[in-house]
Design a protein. Structure first.
Length: 437
């Protein structure tokens, strides 16, 4: 009987990144980093494993109860693979609270793990750009974070009408539940979890879930609908909403107008956010194409996370942008560039005895920052050219007996379908010029 082989399939909900996928991932990360750094944010990183307690405190029951990958280590400690980065960044900031100059502007692109049912825009392992600013109590932090979030999409070439940023404030929901619907804290908590899930369930399921939590209020569903559909103009008519909360929204949106962002940002009280730590403005960014329903970004202000580790409180505001949802967005809007290997120069080996001469030339190109793939065994020219074509190389550097004797190289441009013999310096210059284009 034949020996059973192991599967080459990757674990459910994860991705193998082959070189062509890695080129895309690196492209995504490089644009993200470029924009975030242009706002003065500095990169940090943390461990993939944290104590489970870190998430028990404020991450919320959906993730901690159902989605977290956790285990007990050999020393009996309860450990979790990070499902999100916010508790880690809060822990790290709290550990140096006194030393760090404020405001603290940090970013990171961690891989995160959640035991989810994989689907479009939803995997078990994803990478997430996290951008957070700490120590700014004014909504200037939100203005910066929103403008940075939009600039990332613009840097990928996104048209203004391809996405929308939707904002609400936690106090609206709190006041409406507490003073408008007169819910007890546990009921308010349960209804907010139902609202967070609303887009993923049917209307009937939604209504029966709300009625189960609020059995003695027949108007609850109607009032919640009124709240969810409210706008800035009629927000004051919603029962329970205070003048203070209304002013917060009003003033943020008037500044967004001055910033020139009002046309892509909506006030939307249906933004709930599933995490327990948010205390202020909360927001999400959505693709306007109905193909991508899942949010690209999710974020908000959290005032009490640092306080889990320290006697001092420090307000943080930030977001997570997922690589899976971003790529879906870019693909939907035809914004993924053709990322080939074309800048690499290929040097075929026409005869074993030319190997050292080829190597000298390869070194010279590499010294000038041009990547070179040098053939290591001599094969028929056709085979070597077909290899270069499959790899997507544009440049082929031919070194034959004649070229070596005269100190020249023949440069073949696969894109232009041309070929010319030059001195090494001219060949270098030609490749360099074309590459910069
Ligand atoms: P989140 O809403 O859970 O927020 O995630 C942010 C974004 O990450 C989502 O909008 C989505 O694009 C992506 N994402 C989340 N889960 C998955 C998944 N299973 N598969 C693919 N993409 C996913 C947070 O994690 C907050 N900690 C963000 C934050 C940072 N808030 C303040 N600072």
């Amino acid at each position: 009987m034949k020996e059973k082989k192991l599967t080459t399939e990757n674990y459910k909900g994860t991705r193998d990144f082959f070189p062509e996928d890695m080129r895309i991932r690196n492209y995504l990360f490089s644009i993200m980093k470029q924009v975030v750094r242009s706002y003065g944010y500095e990169e940090y990183d943390g461990p993939m494993l944290e104590s489970l307690d870190l998430y028990r405190a404020k991450t919320g029951e959906e993730i901690v109860g159902k989605q977290i990958y956790d285990f007990v280590d050999k020393g009996g400690r309860e450990v979790a693979i990070r499902p999100e980065m916010t508790p880690t960044v809060a822990r790290m900031v709290a550990s140096r609270l006194r030393e760090l100059p404020r405001p603290i502007r940090w970013f990171s692109i961690p891989n995160l793990w959640r035991y989810e049912q994989p689907g479009h825009g939803r995997l078990r392992e994803h990478w997430q750009l996290n951008v957070d600013i700490f120590g700014v109590n004014h909504h200037a932090a939100e203005l910066e974070i929103f403008s940075l979030a939009c600039d990332i999409l613009f840097a990928f070439g996104a048209p203004r009408n391809s996405f929308r940023l939707k904002v609400s404030h936690r106090s609206l929901l709190d006041e409406f539940f507490q003073n408008g619907l007169k819910l007890k804290p546990e009921q308010a908590h349960d209804v907010s979890k139902i609202l967070d899930k609303k887009s993923k369930i049917t209307q009937d399921e939604y209504v029966s879930m709300v009625q189960k939590v609020v059995p003695n209020n027949n108007d609850a569903v109607t009032l919640i609908d009124q709240f969810l559909n409210s706008n800035i103009a009629n927000l004051k008519e919603i029962p329970g909403i205070s003048e203070d909360s209304y002013q917060k929204i009003q003033s943020l949106f008037s500044d967004l107008e001055s910033l020139g962002l009002r046309d892509i940002i909506d006030f939307d009280p249906s933004v709930v956010r599933g995490f327990d730590y948010y205390t202020g403005f909360i927001f999400e960014i959505f693709d306007t194409s109905p193909k991508n329903k899942r949010s690209l970004y999710g974020g908000g202000r959290y005032d009490n996370l640092i306080g889990l580790f320290s006697h001092e409180e420090l307000s943080g505001t930030g977001f997570g942008l997922g690589d899976v949802t971003l790529l879906n967005f870019l693909q939907t809007h035809n914004l993924v560039p053709n990322l080939s290997n074309e800048n690499t120069v290929f040097i075929p080996l026409l005869d074993e005895t030319f190997f050292l001469s080829c190597q000298t030339i390869a070194k010279e190109f590499r010294k000038h920052g041009i990547p070179v793939d040098q053939a290591l065994v001599s094969q028929k020219m056709g085979k070597q050219l077909s290899y270069a074509e499959k790899k997507g190389y544009r440049w082929i550097l031919l070194l034959g007996e004649d070229e070596i004797a005269k100190n020249l190289v023949t440069l073949k441009d696969m894109q232009e379908r041309s070929q010319e013999t030059f001195s090494l310096e001219v060949a270098l210059q030609k490749v360099n010029e074309q590459t910069k284009k």
